[in-house]
Write a protein that binds this ligand. Structure first.
Ligand code: TXA
Ligand code: MG
Length: 318
């Protein structure tokens, strides 16, 4: 039985005995274990049914912990950490040998972030080790932004979800690594490209590399509902085609004026991209649970967090 609980000391006890706990962060819930426990890390891969070639993110609570884990921090990484930590930024840096190869899938680099969630930070401060935590969903499925999403996925497979409310940001962290000291954005995420470039100038984007994924979060099919899902630029143009089907629609803003659609999720009535991002996965979970014939996603504006949302919508509809 999985219990949903606010009890941080219980979470600490489980993690200290090499067990897993699903934890809240500001982006999505993570499935956490002690980075130094092979037993815990293997269990993360097993519970998620995640292939071992897909490395995990290490979560710490203070920038001072970095030196013990990584051998080199490029200047632009320092600027980014200063600007965005604690927060939804993951940095990929050259690892020291203390970081187990199982975490990094044999890579010589490790992904690290400081989450900006009071419960996660309090938990991390109460532990003597960092936590490896991928998003708490089965491989390829929609990431969880509420404790009950995690419970629905992993009933009986994990003992505890640490309750932390609905995730404020709602999509995963932005992942930035370095090639010859040049910053590369491997995963669009909770921080807009515009905001990243305000700190370090132009950044190259490499988030679509299906054959040899540097960050397998780039896999084309990902974040997927089990219901058939399509992405369109304009709902009006396609809606007639599905008139005899039960249809769900997810769109950015505007009114719900469709009479032949079973369920409509409007992510922000006022057209606010932050609000839409925060609600995105919850709306996808909801639509996926309605036993519809088809889910239609309408493309978002190609600016700010709209780019990150469009990235997820594309992968959800593959
Ligand atoms: O917001 C987030 O980042 C959430 C919360 C829980 O922190 N975590 C998350 O983890 O999204 P996950 O495992 O679902 O995605 C981590 C991504 C994967 O695409 C993985 O391939 C990439 O990070 N990654 C991890 N280590 C890497 C490395 N050394 N080099 C390149 N990519 C790496
Ligand atoms: Mg994930």
């Amino acid at each position: 039985m999985t219990i949903i609980s606010h009890d941080i000391s219980k979470a600490i006890a489980l993690l200290n005995s090499e067990d897993l706990v699903a934890i809240p962060t500001e982006t999505v819930y993570g499935l956490a274990g002690n980075i130094y426990s092979e037993k815990a890390i293997r269990k993360i891969f097993e519970v998620k049914q995640r292939p071992l070639y897909n490395p995990l993110i290490v979560h710490i609570h203070a920038i001072e912990q970095l030196d013990a884990l990584v051998s080199h921090i490029p200047d632009k990484a320092k600027l980014l950490a200063k600007a965005f930590w604690p927060g939804p930024l993951t940095l990929i840096l050259k690892k020291k040998s203390v970081v187990p190869d199982l975490i990094t899938a044999g890579k010589d680099s490790v992904a690290i972030r400081i989450p900006n969630h009071p419960v996660a930070l309090k938990l991390l401060k109460g532990l003597e080790f960092p936590l490896a935590a991928p998003s708490a969903n089965p491989f390829n499925r929609i990431s969880p932004t509420k404790s009950n999403h995690v419970e629905g996925y992993f009933k009986n497979k994990i003992k505890m979800v640490l309750e932390g409310g609905a995730c404020k940001n709602g999509i995963e962290s932005s992942i930035i690594g370095f090639e010859a000291n040049n910053p590369i954005l491997y995963r669009l995420g909770s921080i807009s490209i515009e905001d990243i470039e305000k700190v370090i100038g132009k950044i190259q984007i490499k988030n679509k590399n299906e054959t040899a994924p540097d960050a397998p979060g780039m896999l084309e099919k990902h974040y997927s509902p089990t219901t058939k899902t399509i992405l369109v630029s304009n709902v009006e143009k396609v809606i007639g085609v599905y008139k005899n089907k039960s249809v769900g629609l997810l769109k950015f803003t505007g009114e719900s004026k469709y009479t032949n659609i079973q369920h409509v999720e409007i992510l922000s009535e006022t057209g606010n991209l932050e609000e839409a991002t925060a609600k995105l996965y919850s709306a996808l979970h909801k639509l996926d649970n309605l036993n519809l014939d088809i889910i239609i996603l309408e493309q978002f504006p190609d600016r700010g967090l709209g780019k990150s949302i469009n990235d997820r919508l594309e992968r959800a509809s593959q």
